[in-house]
Design a protein around this ligand. Sequence first.
Ligand code: CTP
Ligand code: CA
Length: 225
Amino acid sequence: ADDIKKKLPLTDQKILVTAGPTYEAIDPVRFIGNHSSGKMGFALADELASLGADVTLIAGPTAQISKYHSIKRIDVVSAADMLTQCLEHFTDANACVMCAAVADYTPAHVSAQKIKKHDDGLNIQLKKTTDILKTLGQQKRANQVLVGFALETQNEEQYAIDKLQKKNLDLIVLNSLNDEGAGFKNDTNKVTLIDRSLNKTTYDLKNKTEVAHDICVKLTQLLKK
Ligand code: CTP
Ligand code: CA
């Protein structure tokens, strides 16, 4: 069995994957979240594990279950929790794929008690979260590979390239919500991969498992460079 394992393309590669949404608490019973299902990140973690990688999966609240027992799963709730875990596990990773839909804003104050309703409206003040991917991009060593996602509804390619450059990524996976069958809750996705040299590959609409495979092929090439 050891001989077979050694032949896999990602054996001995430690890869960090994030998946799912984050939940930002408003009070003990309410939160601000998003529609991420976690399917894409879990498909990526499974695919990486099947290629022999040593996968750590940092997951926001999700109903997904990994196929491989070898995947080390760390459950988190908020963007702040995810940042803490990413910082702890990025240092000894060869690559990180940041697939999670991290909240950009979080309530400035979390009410210790359930907020009671009143006749008027309610304003919740929000503050910015830390950009985890950008932070990892600043810490990245020359031999580490950092992959981000970009979810866009307009100017897709330009916004994706801006993110690739600003966050010091090696690869960005562009997800356009304009493509039928792509995005959050679907089992399918349609992506464009853009690397640092701005090589661009657009793929057909596929199962998230197949999309994960396409991303892993590119990631394997980047790790071998
Ligand atoms: N990301 C992150 N930390 C955040 C916000 C986003 O690590 N606080 C990561 C996401 O996981 C994704 C990438 O940054 O890999 C791009 O996320 P996206 O929401 O598309 O872009 P933003 O940079 O947040 O910009 P905007 O939402 O304004 O488009
Ligand atoms: Ca965002």
